[in-house]
Write a protein that binds this ligand. Structure first.
Ligand code: CTP
Ligand code: CA
Length: 224
């Protein structure tokens, strides 16, 4: 290969990345969410585009700029995100679920602001659909990549998620480590796949995203 020529192992691949948190409405002025800022997901989208993929980025509410050459679809709730992922799944080669999807949503969404009352201590919640697990259960040729945010026992929990959700790769981070996880510009991950685990160095998220996708391309035997 010409040394100046950029390696494009994802050329011709259609990639869907989800990023950021989701918001689950309680009423018109309140919601349930988490501290995700979308940085890792946006880095994954940009890296996939840099490696030649056609990229759709399904983003929860974040304040980041859309990476060049990436098609962005904004969503609010887990249900919205599921719908956008499902619509595209048949024509997707690689699904990357970086989003921190809310696990619970209020059982009822009030049309008007709920007024506080004495003794009202409980908000009834129900589980959202696990998008990654759902796509893993219906996938055919798609490569499905999930993330795992853990505060302890990273290895055991991440491997359990990979198997349970039928994901090809789980990228796990220990969010209690300094410089790792929500809001940071750096990350340190371990990747779990059916061929074992691979540790990645502590890196800026953008560089890490590129190395992660190059790793997946190598594992899958994709060359350019
Ligand atoms: N995920 C998803 N839909 C959900 C919840 C999680 O698609 N409703 C995906 C995330 O996008 C991520 C992976 O599942 O790729 C793991 O998310 P994580 O929150 O670490 O794990 P959970 O399975 O939700 O378990 P828990 O939060 O209890 O650790
Ligand atoms: Ca979760």
């Amino acid at each position: 290969m010409n040394r100046k020529q950029k390696s494009m192992p994802l050329k011709g691949k259609s990639v869907v990345v989800t990023a950021g948190p989701t918001r689950e409405r309680i009423d018109p002025v309140r919601y349930v969410s988490n501290f995700s800022t979308g940085k890792m997901g946006f880095a994954m989208a940009r890296a996939a585009a840099d490696l030649g993929a056609e990229v759709t980025l399904i983003a929860g509410p974040v304040t980041l700029e859309t990476p060049a050459g990436v098609t962005r679809v904004d969503v609010e709730s887990a249900a919205d995100m599921l719908r956008e992922v499902e619509t595209r799944f048949a024509s997707t080669d690689i699904l990357i679920k970086t989003a921190a999807v809310a696990d619970y949503k209020p059982k009822l969404q009030a049309d008007q602001k709920i007024k506080k009352q004495d003794g009202d201590t409980v908000l009834e919640m129900e589980r959202t659909t696990d998008i990654l697990a759902h796509m893993g259960s219906i996938k055919s040729n798609q490569v499905v990549i999930g993330f795992a945010a853990e505060t302890n026992d990273v290895e055991a929990y991440a491997e359990k998620k990979r198997v349970k959700k039928n994901a090809d790769y789980i990228i796990a981070n220990d969010v209690m480590q300094q410089g790792v996880g929500f809001g940071t510009d750096t990350n340190k991950v371990t990747v779990f796949s059916k061929s074992g685990k691979s540790d990645f160095p502590f890196l800026p998220k953008q560089q890490l995203a590129l190395e992660l996708l190059q790793f997946v391309a190598e594992q899958e035997g994709w060359h350019s």
